[in-house]
Ligand binder design. Structure first.
Ligand SMILES: [Zn+2]
Length: 336
């Protein structure tokens, strides 16, 4: 299948202005009963396509420019942990097909790769295995037609380099983002500035950080990346779960994974993040785990957009109890 020509590609859109990403799929679909906590594999793409379709529709309506195919943890090895290894191709293809159906001509579809958990620094056999896992997923997803690829939630720059090369060799724009957990270094000891320089040097078009950290603890990292590279675009896709300086990533908190609900950031907080990110020169402003459509709509509106779901944006003055100027004073009136 040929890549779509009628839509402006990701690089053209980034050149013209900011791109708004989407929110988190895996944890939200777990809450809805379609993904199992623990393994977090995405067999929902073949078992309950309607559930995945619905979540894509919510993000599209909220204003996302890009829908990420739900192929996170869809490498053959990760799927083997839940007995779905022999459905690897079907899961990858179905996930892209569903995203494309929803995106239509309104949004781009990003094929998605992520940490394989098979990378071992200095181990040539592991490198070869990781490369094969990436290539298998790229082949399956490209067969359904994607606009570009995102490889995300990586811990090692070494693994990120393998992903970048595999994506570029397949002929697609590459966005590659690391999950910085407890420290601002990659697991192989690189500072954010070095991460950006290395990956841009390898041909990545967009580099940045995703998952784990909330906006407050991710933006300083992507700001360092922004200052480190003159060419190349910068992406931020933070989690919408509140973290702390001593435990800056949500997976490190005792509430992970089943007690995260009270840590969820408000839509207003995510909207404020979007504006801060834009002002510091982040080009691809998205989000990750914990982020639902209400967050994305508020982010879209804060960035001056008019998403379809804006037709139902708050008008709190019409609420019978809230609707007096006195009681509305000091309230977050619009969620923006
Ligand atoms: Zn995430």
């Amino acid at each position: 299948m040929t890549r779509e020509k009628q839509k402006r590609g990701i690089l053209e859109r980034l050149k013209d202005g900011g791109v708004l990403g989407d929110g988190g799929y895996i944890l939200e679909l777990e809450r809805r009963g379609y993904v199992q906590a623990g393994p977090y594999t995405p067999e929902v793409a073949i078992e309950h396509p309607e559930a995945l379709r619905q979540l894509h529709q919510e993000f599209l309506r909220a204003g996302s420019d890009v829908l990420q195919a739900l192929t996170f943890y869809a490498s053959r090895d990760k799927l083997a942990t839940t007995g779905y290894a022999n459905r690897m191709e079907a899961i990858n293809r179905s996930a892209v097909r569903i995203a494309r159906e929803v995106a239509g001509d309104q949004a781009l579809v990003a094929g998605t790769l992520c940490v394989t958990w098979q990378y071992r620094p200095g181990n040539a056999q592991a490198r070869a295995r990781v490369r094969r896992l990436f290539e298998e997923q790229i082949t399956a997803q490209a067969a359904e037609g994607v606009n570009f690829f995102i490889c995300e939630t990586l811990h090692y720059v070494g693994e990120a380099v393998l992903a970048t090369r595999a994506i570029k060799q397949a002929g697609y724009p590459a966005m590659v983002t690391l999950n910085f957990k407890g420290s601002e270094q990659s697991s192989d000891g690189h500072e954010p500035e070095e991460v950006a320089r290395i990956l841009i040097g390898e041909g990545a078009d967009i580099v940045g950080a995703n998952c784990g950290r909330d906006p407050a603890r991710m933006l300083p990292i992507v700001e360092k990346m922004r200052k480190a590279v003159k060419t190349g675009y910068i992406a931020a896709q933070p989690a919408a779960y509140r973290t702390r300086e001593d435990i800056p990533y949500f997976m490190g908190r005792p509430e992970f994974p089943l007690g995260l609900d009270p840590l969820t950031l408000t839509r207003g907080e995510m909207a404020a993040y979007a504006v801060r990110a834009r002002d510091m020169g982040v080009n691809y402003i998205g989000a990750c785990c914990g982020t639902v459509a209400a967050h994305i709509r508020s982010m879209a509106e804060a960035l001056g957009r008019k998403p379809a779901a804006g037709a139902k944006s708050p008008e709190l003055e019409k609420h019978p109890i809230l609707g007096t100027p006195r009681s509305l004073k000091g309230r977050v009136r619009t969620g923006r």
